[in-house]
Structure formats: C-alpha cells, structure tokens
Design a protein around this ligand. Structure first.
Ligand code: SF4
Ligand code: SF4
Length: 165
C-alpha cells in the first residue's frame, strides 16, 4: 500500500470518509478481538517503521500528556534544572489531580520534532497504542486521532483492505 503522510491530505480524506469510518467501527465491534489484535499488531510492525514521527509531530499539538514523578525527576536531571522549576514551568494538575504538561502544543515540540526525544515521556512513546491488545475496546479513542496521526490513518486504511471491507 502506498502510505499517505501528508497531514492536509489525511485531514481531507478523513472528512470524506467520516460515514465510512463510522460504519467501519460498527463492523469492527462485531469481529473477533484476538484476530483484530493480531492484524493490527502486524500492521503496526510493518507500517509504523515507514513513518517518520520526527517529520510529523502532529500528536504533540493535541495530546494531553500525563507525567509521573519519576519522569519529572528524569527531566529535571536532563535539563539540569530543579524539580521545582520543572513543575513551575511545564506542569499543572489535571481535574483528576494528575500531573500533566501545561501547554498544548507541547513545550518541547520544535517544528515537527521533540527536543527531548530520547527523554520523552511514556505516554508519548506509547501513542498511538497500536502495539497493545484490545484494539476494539479502544476504537473510539483511536479513531479520534485518525485525522491527525498518519500511523493510525494508514493502519486503519490497510486494515480495511485486509478485511476486504
Ligand atoms: S515531550 Fe516530545 S514527544 Fe512528548 S508531546 Fe512533547 S514534543 Fe511530543
Ligand atoms: S505518532 Fe502519529 S501523529 Fe504522532 S508524530 Fe507519529 S505519525 Fe505523527
């Protein structure tokens, strides 16, 4: 499959395919969860390495990133500033009382790439979560990012082909 990574084009296609994608989600909910997980994980392994996140950075413009105390310490170490400074400059509390980055787009995004890439947070590393089981249970949250994430977009489009949808 020819991969599409142009963000403007992906957004346009997402608008055109809105009804198709709503239907596809209903279709997936009736499929075998383990079989879909195997397909998704296979597509994730084959397609994701072909997409360069450092030339995209689109998720960093819209995700709310949760951070742990350990990650705060590691970031302070890396940036050579105090944990208090990290908290003051970069962190706020979510409504649920968890620590989150205080800006969207993220402070650490420079053009399309992460300025702390080697030290980025677990939530950043795990997005878009296609390596995890229970894809069908996370359909709603995954498809929210279909229009902004080339990885999700291409994996979902190839999944349609593989399932002869
Ligand atoms: S820390 Fe880096 S990878 Fe994570 S949201 Fe910010 S720019 Fe993106
Ligand atoms: S995870 Fe998706 S949205 Fe984020 S940088 Fe990679 S391709 Fe872009």
């Amino acid at each position: 499959m020819h991969l599409i990574t142009d963000l403007v084009k992906i957004k346009q296609i997402a608008v055109e395919k809105q009804a198709e994608n709503d239907h596809f989600q209903s279709f997936l909910k009736n499929q075998n969860e383990k079989e879909i997980d195997l397909l998704i994980q296979g597509l994730n392994d084959s397609l994701t390495p072909q997409i360069d996140c450092t030339k995209c950075g689109n998720c960093c413009k819209s995700l709310m990133i949760h951070i742990t105390a350990e990650e705060t310490d590691q970031l302070a170490d890396h940036l050579k500033i105090s944990v208090d400074q990290i908290k003051e400059q970069f962190i706020e509390q979510s409504e649920q009382g968890q620590m989150i980055l205080n800006t969207v787009p993220c402070h650490f995004l420079t053009n399309t790439s992460c300025s702390i890439y080697e030290h980025r947070f677990t939530e950043c590393r795990e997005f878009p979560h296609l390596h995890k089981p229970h894809f069908i249970r996370r359909l709603f949250s995954t498809m929210r990012y279909y229009e902004i994430c080339p990885i999700i977009f291409n994996v979902v489009e190839q999944l349609k082909i593989d399932l002869e949808y």
